[in-house]
Design a protein around this ligand. Structure first.
Ligand code: HEC
Ligand code: HEC
Ligand code: HEC
Ligand code: HEC
Ligand code: HEC
Length: 460
């Protein structure tokens, strides 16, 4: 199915105004620019016949999940309600550019005056999220933040094959932009309407050694090249994996989104390549040293870091198996025991916790340098005007210690694990309480193992 909207030729540009939640109501998002018609294909119906492998890979990817994610829908419900609709099309612009272009996700006040945007009820084409034609229609990235790009969906499909075989369905065009990280950067850097930098994957990469000549692009790591066919009946050539493995996995029931187990396995595999860790007991100093080196092309974690959790679990036992020290183990509701009472039922009982992620803040000083009110922690991206990062920088490493001076002399066994999960349990409980998130969602978030190591040492 190709959608042509009226006769008006259109190019999709999400201009700055549509990112500004203070503007009300949301301004028009489509700008007529060239003599092209707006076209988005449906992957299975329009592409799979000739590109079965690409469609199969993309179908299990986070890009295919972007507008189906129940957590996304719940956050939009909460965000539109809290901001009285001022979020406008902000969330949709990256998670379903077709819905932005086609205007099928209106923000409205319901009978009770509550602001809503029913992203869970958008039509099937829009539900495809970051679909084939979103990426293969990009002709220009205006600025690598907040989807500031030009899409020219005039039927021409653009990628990096220089000598594409002709076909009956679409013209093909060579696009050097599709080899560049910049293409990904249009969406993989998010500044919220209050100017808080809530995702910086592209900017982190850009400032790193990976962006230097001989470095590695997003595509090099997330779209690995392999020998195959770009199209059925086409020649064998180098093609690129479209599973876009990262850390997002489907939290829908296994029969409602494909690749439930497969993407979990691929994600765990990627996570196991993400860090190099050394665990060194230093008995003389009565401590254990942990060094974690970031092997990715951006911070670790990166992206939606306010929701991500990476942490160290360390359990020390005696030779008879009694636990004498533990950190990074969870409270009865499955949360880290960090000091924040809205996160854990046992706040502050893990003073040596080593945790990586991001804290979102509402800092009165950002708006008024003379403000004296305290900085508040907030949970949701639209509430923040600042953020505090606890990530391992790109090209960098972090070195920490567990102080074990409380332990008497003896032989100890140490179990070390570096763990990762896409969402903390408390975050999903907030969405259950205020935005009707299905409680089963939180049972589908695995705690993935990145590195594990067992050792023993003699304490003097
Ligand atoms: C009738 C078959 C057919 C259909 C349907 C089809 N394609 Fe293609 N497409 C091809 C062939 C053949 C090539 C060239 C492959 C080659 O040279 O190895 C191609 C090439 C491409 C390229 C690479 C362009 C370049 O120069 O790098 C992209 C991207 C692409 N198609 C996307 C799509 C998308 C998206 C859809 C669905 C909306 C689609 N195609 C539907 C047959 C088809
Ligand atoms: C050197 C290889 C490498 C490069 C280059 C790279 N990545 Fe990654 N990326 C990884 C690995 C490994 C992970 C899994 C660990 C993690 O979450 O950071 C990952 C994770 C991610 C995640 C999930 C992050 C999270 O923690 O939620 C996103 C999003 C992502 N990458 C996007 C990108 C983009 C966009 C680029 C280019 C600007 C890029 N990556 C470049 C290796 C790479
Ligand atoms: C997030 C953006 C993105 C999405 C979504 C996407 N592609 Fe691609 N695709 C690319 C990029 C980038 C390349 C070129 C990669 C390179 O050269 O390193 C590419 C390459 C291709 C090629 C050329 C052969 C190859 O593998 O290099 C075809 C064909 C293709 N894509 C088809 C599809 C189809 C069909 C879909 C949907 C099922 C799709 N793409 C979804 C970004 C995307
Ligand atoms: C139109 C916006 C858009 C573009 C362009 C785009 N992405 Fe994404 N990407 C997203 C969104 C939105 C998500 C989150 C989907 C979800 O899980 O809900 C995502 C998720 C991902 C993930 C998975 C992250 C995770 O935590 O698992 C990876 C990896 C990724 N993108 C890589 C790329 C690469 C590589 C490119 C460029 C070739 C690219 N993206 C281009 C919007 C985009
Ligand atoms: C500029 C593009 C952009 C905008 C705007 C945007 N996102 Fe995202 N979103 C992304 C990308 C890229 C990722 C993947 C990052 C990662 O996986 O770490 C993502 C990831 C997510 C995830 C995690 C997906 C998962 O299942 O793990 C959720 C939930 C989400 N976004 C919700 C929202 C909400 C709600 C809004 C509006 C307040 C929003 N996003 C606005 C680009 C965007």
């Amino acid at each position: 199915m190709n959608l042509f909207r009226g006769a008006a030729p259109m190019v999709l540009v999400c201009n700055l105004a549509c990112n500004n939640a203070e503007v009300e109501p949301p301004p028009p998002l489509l700008e007529a620019r060239t003599g092209a018609a707006l076209t988005f294909g449906t992957p299975k119906e329009d592409c799979a016949e000739c590109h079965p492998q690409h469609v199969a890979e993309w179908s299990i990817s986070p890009h295919a999940y972007a507008a189906r994610d129940p957590v996304f829908h719940a956050m939009v419900r909460m965000g539109q309600d809290q901001t009285k609709g001022k979020l406008g099309q902000f969330c949709i612009q990256c998670h379903s550019p077709p819905a932005l272009a086609l205007g099928t996700a209106p923000v409205y006040a319901d009978g009770t005056g509550k602001f809503r945007q029913d992203t869970d009820q958008i039509p099937p084409l829009e539900r495809e999220g970051v679909s084939c034609d979103v990426c293969h229609s990009i002709t220009e990235v205006i600025q690598p933040v907040n989807a500031r790009a030009v899409l020219t969906p005039n039927g021409v499909r653009r990628a990096t094959i220089q000598d594409p075989v002709e076909n009956s369905k679409h013209p093909s065009a060579y696009s050097p932009l599709h080899k560049e990280s910049l293409l990904c950067g249009m969406c993989h850097a998010v500044t919220n309407p209050k100017q808080a930098k809530i995702e910086e994957t592209f900017t982190e990469w850009q400032a790193s050694s990976f962006a230097q000549p001989g470095g590695r692009t997003c595509q090099d790591c997330h779209m690995r090249a392999y020998e195959g066919q770009a199209a059925k009946d086409g020649p064998t050539r180098m093609v690129h994996r479209h599973t876009f493995v990262g850390v997002d996995i489907s939290l829908l029931p296994p029969d409602e989104f494909p690749g439930y187990d497969e993407l979990r396995a691929l994600t765990e595999e990627l996570l196991r390549e993400s860090a190099e860790v050394t665990v060194t007991p230093q008995p003389e100093q009565k401590r254990i040293q942990i060094r974690i080196k970031n092997l990715t092309g951006h911070a670790l974690p990166s992206g939606a870091t306010a929701e991500r959790q990476m942490w160290v679990e360390l359990i020390v036992t005696t030779s008879s198996g009694a636990v004498v020290f533990e950190s990074g183990t969870l409270d009865p509701l499955g949360d880290l025991r960090d000091p924040n009472p809205s996160h854990s039922t046992m706040p502050g009982t893990d003073p040596q916790l080593i945790y990586y992620g991001q804290q979102l803040l509402d800092d009165p000083k950002v708006d008024d340098p003379n403000a004296t009110l305290p900085v508040k922690n907030v949970s949701m991206p639209w509430q923040a005007n600042a953020a505090r990062n606890f990530m391992i920088p790109v090209d960098g490493e972090d070195q920490r210690h567990f102080d074990l001076s409380a332990l008497p002399a003896g032989t100890y066994n140490v179990s070390f694990r570096l763990l990762f999960r896409s969402f903390p349990q408390y975050f999903l409980r907030i969405l259950e309480d205020v935005a009707a998130l299905d409680p089963a969602v939180k049972t589908r978030v695995p705690n993935m193992v990145m590195v594990e190591e067992n050792l023993s040492y003699q304490a003097p």
